[in-house]
Design a protein around this ligand. Structure first.
Ligand SMILES: Cc1cc2nc3c(=O)[nH]c(=O)nc-3n(C[C@H](O)[C@H](O)[C@H](O)COP(=O)(O)OP(=O)(O)OC[C@H]3O[C@@H](n4cnc5c(N)ncnc54)[C@H](O)[C@@H]3O)c2cc1C
Length: 369
């Protein structure tokens, strides 16, 4: 197995891919522009479902900062509570998670070069026609543009800030706020880290005239968020971007895309670690089968869409649905959902990652136990 896999990007997708390839005995080199693997990790949040984490085969326990049992969903004047009896998801420290994934990849045998941002020319020159190139370089992917992959059409611009001494009512509940007048086509959120520290963030569609920072300022001025942040201390604020659709193609000859670079993200919430990580594992298997048995690399495209395509499409459908609702219609939808008993159903059978699983149960058994 004398081919080398060059992985551009040492985020969660690149590090999971590197580890998996090393375990299969395939030489791989991961390049990342960060000097320290945990740099920039505060730009994103770390809410991951317990079940999704189980599918990644990673050691994440050391990164847990909080446990979540549910979510309060707010429209303008209506709200709905989805609450389970047990832990549904964890809040992970993204910096610590990056370190754990890095240590795992190194321990398995990956070579990791930090502090090197590869230009498009350098990315093209890595390609000797026989080695394999993987773009795991995030939402704005140099690999994708160097190799002329189809574009990602929709993005969400995000802004989040972290506060201590906040007034948190329930440290195990996140809150989601839908307000299409200020948070166009996405939503705002609060994620408690502990009894007194919290993250507040927003996303807006990239075709907006306003900036994410402006939208954030309006969001924290709303009554509900003002109450939470009264007397709190701001510890840091960060802007970033989330891809909202998958690329039409993610394999081009000996070049593959994984994670945010491929758009393997839940369009409902922007969460991409689970799907990106699952796809990275699928990529590792396809690369192994290509090197060992000369199977086509395009099997990766087929396999990841077969396993995740329907769920990702459903996330896009739900995102489209809520993104066109005005504040009044969102309130009506929340009211109707409660009247029909969906809050109880989601509390019991809700699945943050796999809506197809939840819908299958609903259509087979309805609200029955
Ligand atoms: C505000 C916000 C909140 C989020 N919350 C969640 C959440 O709660 N749960 C969840 O699952 N997901 C969440 N996400 C999404 C999640 O962060 C991403 O899906 C995930 O980080 C994608 O991993 P990745 O490895 O594909 O890309 P990235 O994490 O973007 O990693 C790409 C890496 O490539 C490197 N790189 C880029 N270009 C080059 C280059 N030319 N040369 C060398 N290196 C390069 C970068 O330094 C970076 O380390 C959130 C995102 C945002 C913005």
């Amino acid at each position: 197995m004398n081919k080398t896999v060059h992985i551009i990007g040492g985020g969660s997708a690149g590090l999971i891919l590197g580890k998996e390839l090393s375990l299969m005995g395939i030489k791989n080199i991961i390049y990342d522009s960060k000097r320290k693997i945990s740099d920039n990790s505060a730009k994103a949040s770390g809410v991951l479902s317990k079940s999704g984490l189980g599918a990644l085969g990673i050691d994440y326990k050391d990164a847990i900062v909080n446990e979540l049992i549910g979510a309060d969903i707010y429209g303008r004047s209506e709200s709905m509570r989805v609450k389970s009896n047990s832990t549904m998801a964890y809040v992970l420290d993204r910096g610590r998670l990056a370190e754990l994934l890095y240590e795992n990849a190194i321990a398995s045998g990956s070579e990791i070069i930090l502090g090197k941002r590869l230009s498009k020319t350098e990315i093209l020159s890595l390609n000797n026609g026989s080695d394999i190139i993987v773009g795991a370089d995030g939402a704005i992917s140099n690999v994708a543009s160097a190799y002329k992959f189809p574009e990602i059409k929709h993005y969400v611009l995000t802004y989040k800030a972290e506060y201590s001494n906040a007034n948190i009512l329930d440290k195990n509940m996140v809150s989601l706020h839908f307000n299409n007048s200020i948070l166009k086509s996405f939503f705002g959120w609060t994620i408690p880290y502990s009894k007194s520290s919290i993250e507040v963030g927003i996303g807006i569609f990239s075709n907006n005239k306003t900036s994410s920072k402006n939208a954030f300022a309006k969001f924290i001025a709303t009554e509900r968020i003002k109450d939470i942040l009264k007397g709190s201390k701001l510890n840091g604020a960060y802007a970033s971007v989330i891809p909202l659709s998958t690329r039409r193609k993610t394999v081009n000859g000996n070049v593959l895309l994984v994670g945010d670079a491929a758009g393997q993200v839940k369009a409902t919430t922007g969460g991409g670690i689970i799907f990106g990580g699952i796809c990275a594992r699928i990529a590792a298997k396809s690369i192994y089968e290509h090197i060992k048995y000369s199977m086509p690399l395009s099997n990766y495209e087929y396999e990841w869409r077969k396993i995740n395509g329907r769920d990702l499409t459903m996330h896009r459908f739900f995102h489209k649905y809520y993104s066109i609702l005005g504040n009044t219609t969102m309130d009506i939808n929340i009211k109707m959902a409660k009247a029909l008993g969906f809050d109880g159903f989601f509390s019991k059978y809700g699945d943050m990652d796999r809506p197809t699983k939840m819908l299958k149960r609903f259509f087979l058994r309805g609200f029955s136990e």
